[in-house]
Design a protein. Structure first.
Length: 310
């Protein structure tokens, strides 16, 4: 048998991997986190690759990155090649190498946000099986060892934990379009006196919201109240009154036309969504895969992402 020697002129494979990761996130910081290296190491590999090609691959803007024409030509084929390599190596590996990730999450966020997008995660990470635990944060599934990672809603003060803010939101009045049929739509907040109000008893209340806009004349005690945000949304869709819509939870019903937003007033929430885990779990492959999937889904939907440094 005649042996054939194939000569391939390739740049350093490590530099290619670092470039593909940085190009996918358009962030050296996010690339460093995914690859478990320092941001300086990422910058060094990118410079070395640009020297190998003899041209820049990124345009460094103010707190942002953009690909040059050469970088755009390079990233697509590279991503495909790395995906193919990952699939091939996964097929060669033993069949019992699947990973299970236990995720604690508030049921409102799970039902309104996670469940409709689970198929996207499965397509991207077919070897990771998610197990969701819906329970109040007060029960602390992380401390009990029942969860590997948790999505929490609050102000980020959880000492001893690895905490990453990934989604902000605004709060604004919403209602079903059926509620406005045959009546005059409200033009200002004071007009809500003609409608019932729906209450999320575990979240921001109408009194706080209206006081933010110096509206004090409404009776804010009338209407139905619920202890779960997704029940508030369902009651609102059913036409039972106006609710204070939390942007992340009402984005899909607004897009589908199940809810409308007739008033312009918006109040930024003083709470955000956080990815929380134990420090020793922060760099595990499954936690990082779930975290980056969440952040990419937020960006795809055009919600309020937390700006990452380049």
């Amino acid at each position: 048998m005649i042996g054939w020697t194939v000569s391939r002129k390739l740049p350093p494979l490590l530099a290619l991997r670092v470039f593909e990761c940085a190009a996918r996130h358009l962030s050296f910081t996010r690339a460093a986190e995914e690859l478990c290296v320092t941001q300086a190491a990422v910058s060094h590999q990118i410079r070395a690759l640009e020297e190998w090609f003899g041209q820049p691959l990124f345009r460094r803007l103010n707190r942002a990155l953009k690909l040059t024409e050469a970088g755009e030509r390079l990233v697509g084929p590279l991503t495909g090649a790395f995906d193919m390599m990952a699939e091939i190596t996964a097929n060669v590996a033993a069949g019992d190498d699947r990973q299970v990730l236990n995720v604690a999450v508030l049921d409102s966020f799970a039902s309104a946000w996670i469940l409709p997008r689970l198929s996207n995660f499965h397509r991207r990470f077919p070897d990771i099986d998610l197990r969701f635990i819906a329970r109040p944060m007060e029960q602390d599934a992380l401390a009990a060892g029942d969860a590997d990672v948790e999505i929490r809603y609050g102000q980020g003060h959880w000492p001893g934990m690895h905490v990453y803010e990934f989604l902000k939101e605004d709060i604004f009045p919403v209602c079903s379009p059926s509620l406005l049929e045959g009546c005059e739509a409200p033009l200002e907040l004071a007009d809500l006196a003609r409608f019932d109000l729906l209450h999320d008893v575990m979240s921001i209340d109408w009194q706080h919201f209206l006081a933010h806009f110096d509206v004090t004349s409404l009776n804010v005690r009338r209407g139905f109240g619920f202890s779960h945000s997704h029940l508030v949304i369902q009651a609102c869709i059913a036409g039972n009154g106006f609710a204070l819509g939390r942007e992340a939870l009402v984005a899909a019903p607004l897009e589908r036309g199940e809810l409308v937003r007739p008033l312009k007033e918006t109040m930024p929430s003083d709470q955000s969504y956080y990815i929380v885990c134990r420090h020793e779990d922060a760099d595990t492959a499954s936690v990082k895969a779930f975290s980056y999937w969440l952040m990419d889904e937020v960006e795809t939907l055009g919600l309020q992402t937390v700006t990452a440094e380049a």
